[in-house]
Design a protein around this ligand. Structure first.
Ligand SMILES: Nc1nc2c(c(=O)[nH]1)N[C@H]1C(S)=C(S)[C@@H](COP(=O)(O)OP(=O)(O)OC[C@H]3O[C@@H](n4cnc5c(N)ncnc54)[C@H](O)[C@@H]3O)O[C@H]1N2
Ligand code: MOO
Length: 497
């Protein structure tokens, strides 16, 4: 719903009617529908953990690969006593001859039993017969240990693991979509796999905007520490994706547009095309897949850590991120260029504003190349709420699970001075009045309220202003209070641990 078009630094500025807000529930549903399917790739076992199998896992070999001993002892044939003809160790030379009744070989756990073996007699159950061998005429196979005899009680087939007994050759052991856990890796290796076909984890690039935002140290008045960049990697990993390039860019349409520009032309020095005062374009990408790369552009007045410069002459993307998250610049202020830039790039806007507090000015768009852009509000708690609304469903897709429902207890959480995550009683603030008014006070928007689970239900922890992560840091979930909430049980959105 475009109501007005002006120019601003060469970029068309599009003001969308505030009626464009979707409900919180719709926003989540749209994000789930837009979730990109992760590409399939073959990766070595060492890098597959956490991915999903793209194909069923089958056994390339039977397990065990041959008949082996399950115990240290004697592989025996027939009834005892047995003449011991030799010794077979796991990984050592196999006993090459058929074991005849009345004969045995000393054997280690996991070693192949000779053909003819009927059972294994563990050392604990074996009785050496000494000194004189029985009179029975028992053949010798190798001549070794001639005269050594053992006796004992055996059960037919006992302690012999037969070929393919655990897993048969070609057997399907796990279905496509199974998450690769450490146990899956071990199983895959045991079944002969060196590589696995997996859905690669989606990659997320992060753009932090805001001339006032600094990356380290004590912010001077008028500056703030970046509180969104630090929580995104954990949230992204928790949602099963990986963090790609991370870039801090100055306010301005041109740096944002440059950073979002897909498939960059090989322009030697794009910086010259940037309007004066609009900042130089920045480059995302260039980091090895899976390795977060921090790129920072300096701008006047901001104290910044020393960081690698953006590649001169390279703008836009050269990484494989399917999703880019833009922190800040999502509202309607003079420095909020995201909508205009997306419009300029021909993006399809899927969500533009959500009827939720906090996190109202959040945004989801698809660039013509297919890459998705999630716009998070600059206020850090609003950004977290928006990330749980749009980014997490986008990353989890069909793995997304709706939260449990719980009654919301409307009294503030009791805080223990000894709790590591709790402020002292002295600092505890009352829960916002809005959250304490469960009935009679109907809200027209969804509210996301930091809560802790307790025996009384979900208890709001307070400290939940959009600019502060204090409440979220004390909480284990966000309670979703729908518009018009009247005290019924509410869904809990899990917070990343
Ligand atoms: N006229 C209107 N003004 C605002 C509206 C609106 O609808 N109409 N919405 C308000 C709401 S709600 C929010 S939330 C914010 C969102 O603002 P932006 O996404 O444009 O973000 P900024 O303006 O850049 O910053 C807002 C605030 O957050 C601080 N900030 C920004 N980035 C970070 C960061 N990485 N870490 C910590 N803090 C950050 C920034 O300094 C500002 O204080 O807009 C309202 N205004
Ligand atoms: O929605 Mo804003 O997100 O209230 O701070």
């Amino acid at each position: 719903m475009e109501s007005r078009v002006e120019t601003d630094g060469g970029v068309r500025r599009v003001d969308r009617a505030s009626g464009g807000d979707v409900t919180w529930a719709e926003a989540r549903a749209i994000a789930l529908r837009a979730s990109p399917s992760a590409p399939v790739e073959e990766v070595p076992l060492s890098t597959a953990r956490g991915c999903r199998l793209a194909r069923p896992l089958t056994a390339l070999v039977p397990v065990p690969g041959t008949d082996v001993s399950a115990m240290d002892g004697y592989a025996v044939a027939g009834e005892g006593p047995w003449r011991v003809l030799g010794r077979v160790l796991a990984g050592g030379r196999a006993h090459g001859e058929v074991l005849k009744p009345g004969c045995a070989v000393e054997i280690a756990t996991g070693a192949p039993v000779p053909e003819g073996t009927t059972s294994v007699l563990p050392y604990e159950a074996a009785h050496p017969l000494a000194p004189a061998p029985p009179t029975r005429d028992s053949p010798t196979l190798s001549g070794e240990q001639e005269g050594v005899w053992v006796a004992g009680v055996v059960q037919e087939g006992r302690h012999v693991r037969r070929r393919g007994e655990d897993v048969g050759l070609g057997e399907v052991v796990l279905g496509a979509g199974t998450r690769v856990t450490p146990a899956v890796l071990g199983l895959a290796a045991a079944l002969g796999h060196d590589v696995l076909a997996v859905h690669r984890r989606l990659e997320v690039a992060v753009l932090v905007t805001g001339d006032e935002v600094i990356g380290e140290g004590l912010p001077e008045p008028g500056r703030v520490r970046d509180a969104i960049g630090p929580f995104l990697p954990g949230l992204i990993a928790w949602a099963g994706a990986r963090v790609g390039p991370r870039l801090t860019i100055p306010d301005g349409a041109a740096p944002l547009r440059a950073a979002l520009t897909p498939h960059p032309p090989a322009v030697p020095d794009r910086a010259t095309s940037v309007p004066p005062g609009d900042g130089a374009p920045a480059s995302l990408g260039g980091g090895a897949p899976g390795a977060p790369a921090e790129r920072t552009q300096s701008h006047p007045g901001a104290r910044r850590p020393s960081a690698p410069k953006a590649d001169a002459g390279r703008v836009g993307w050269d990484g494989g991120a399917e999703i880019v998250v833009v922190c800040g610049a999502s509202s309607k202020g003079p420095a909020d260029h995201l909508r205009a830039v997306l419009d300029d790039l021909g993006a399809e806007v899927l969500v533009d504003g959500v009827a939720v507090r906090p996190g109202h000015p959040q945004l989801l768009a698809r660039l013509p190349c297919g890459r998705l852009v999630v716009g998070l509000p600059g206020n850090p708690f609003a950004a977290l709420a928006a990330a749980l609304t749009l980014l997490v469903p986008l990353l989890k897709g069909e793995r997304y699970e709706y939260g449990e429902r719980m009654t919301l207890a409307v009294t503030p959480a009791p805080t223990s001075p000894t709790s590591p995550t709790s402020p002292s009683h002295r600092n505890q603030q009352p829960v916002h009045a809005a959250h304490q008014a469960p009935r009679g006070h109907r809200h027209s928007t969804t509210r996301l309220v930091p809560v802790r689970r307790s025996g009384k239900g979900a208890v709001p922890v307070g400290h939940d202003r959009p600019g502060s992560l204090w409440g979220a840091a004390m909480a284990d979930a966000l309670a979703v209070l729908p518009p018009g909430w009247d005290g019924e049980p509410v869904e809990l959105l899990e917070l990343p641990d």
